[in-house]
Design a protein around this ligand. Structure first.
Ligand code: NAP
Ligand code: ZN
Ligand code: ZN
Length: 351
């Protein structure tokens, strides 16, 4: 099947219309008409080859891993879905399914590496995978998520990456009542981190570089908002946090956030800046702090998160755009000018 898409043809050129081929559904495959796709900062990093040493970009690159749509066709052995159902796809479309991580439902940590939704070797085509900036996708049902018919679909799309990437570490580190939690950076991930930490019952402090986001931070659920350029305000919180989630996309001083942790506190990085972040040794040693990281979430936990959001009425705050505005959206992402996730209305790709 030929599918319309938008692709980056090189690290330095804007995304432009591009045709791709999707396989016909195999027995366990689900074919989905994509209705909405969120715009993650990872799409921009990958399209511009900013992660070259870790995952060099193969061009043409079709980004997009926050996908919500309707099932149009299923393979003969598919059990969970039928044509007409809502469905979602996140950052992975496959994994080895047998290694110890996969056996635990942690497919994102597959020892053979998961097949990411875009820019990964495609086991079926022999080429690379193509993501959600397109009008259809074909995915094995084991990696397709269920979506409630009552859900706001545009607000649901970002949950597939920004949602699970913040939900998973907050659950893993058992964030809850009685704890003081910091969220760093109010972008796509950060605003979901604020919503989840609040929903889990913690005392939530948002750290932002943008004074213009203070009121929004509170509206989204933060009890307190600190503008991180204010040295006195930062000092007032030193040594007082149980857990801090850092969702910043660019180079920044990680030591400023390590200093916020109390004894045995953890700073978990989910942001993936292009350059390494230097850590001052004594900031870790005293008082026994941990510096950790976390990547997206497994399929079962992603479904748990989607169900939790449907029950609680939690969604992303979105600005819906036509795909023709994708390059402008990337420029605005770099300026921190997004409230708080761009989502592409894929109807704009038709016609
Ligand atoms: P985003 O919407 O662009 O948000 C990033 C936020 O970081 C900005 O809104 C801004 O918040 C802050 N920021 C930007 N530049 C900064 C700078 N120079 N110094 C300090 N703060 C700065 O990006 P996103 O989509 O949420 O993604 C965030 C990062 O997470 C990206 O690197 C992305 O690749 C990564 N990511 C990782 C995973 C994972 O599995 N771990 C999954 C998805 C994304 P303020 O204006 O509030 O300061
Ligand atoms: Zn993402
Ligand atoms: Zn595996």
């Amino acid at each position: 099947m030929t599918t319309k898409a938008y692709a980056a043809q090189s690290a330095k050129t804007p995304l432009t219309p591009h045709g791709i081929t999707r396989r016909d559904p195999l027995p366990t495959d689900v074919q989905i008409e994509i209705l909405y796709c969120g715009v993650c900062h990872s799409d921009l990093h990958q399209a511009r080859d900013e992660w070259h040493d870790f995952a060099p970009t193969a061009y043409p690159c079709v980004p997009g891993h926050e996908i919500v749509g309707r099932v149009t066709k299923v393979g003969k052995d598919v059990k969970k879905f039928k044509a007409g159902d809502l469905a979602a796809v996140g950052c992975m479309v496959d994994s080895c399914r047998t290694c110890p991580s996969c056996a635990k439902g942690l497919e994102q940590y597959c020892t053979h590496f998961p097949t990411f939704t875009y820019n990964a070797p495609d086991k079926h085509s022999g080429g690379v995978t193509y993501g959600g900036y397109s009008d259809a996708i074909v995915v094995d049902e084991a990696f397709v998520l269920r979506v409630s018919e009552e859900a706001n679909l545009a607000a649901t799309a970002p949950l597939l990456c920004a949602g699970i990437t913040t939900y998973s570490p907050l659950r893993h580190w058992k964030v809850g009542p009685g704890q003081k939690i910091g969220i760093v950076g109010l972008g796509g991930l950060g605003h979901m981190g604020v919503k989840f930490a609040r929903a889990f019952g913690a005392h939530v402090v948002l750290f932002t570089t943008s004074p213009s986001k203070v009121e929004d931070g509170k509206r989204l659920g933060a009890h307190e908002v600190v503008v991180s350029k204010d040295a006195a305000a930062m000092k007032a919180h030193a040594g007082s946090f149980d857990f801090v989630l850092d969702a910043v996309s660019a180079e920044h001083d990680i030591n400023a956030y390590l200093s916020l942790l109390k004894l045995d506190g953890t700073l978990c990085l989910v942001g993936a800046p292009e350059k390494p972040l230097p850590v001052a040794a004594f900031n870790l040693l005293l008082p026994r702090r941990s510096f950790a990281g976390s990547g997206i979430g497994g399929i079962a936990e992603t479904q748990e998160m989607l169900d939790f959001c449907a029950e609680r009425g939690i969604g992303s705050d979105v600005e819906v755009i036509p795909i023709q505005k994708i390059n402008e959206a990337y420029d605005r992402l770099l300026k921190g000018d997004v409230k708080y996730r761009f989502v592409i209305d894929m109807a704009s790709l038709k016609g």
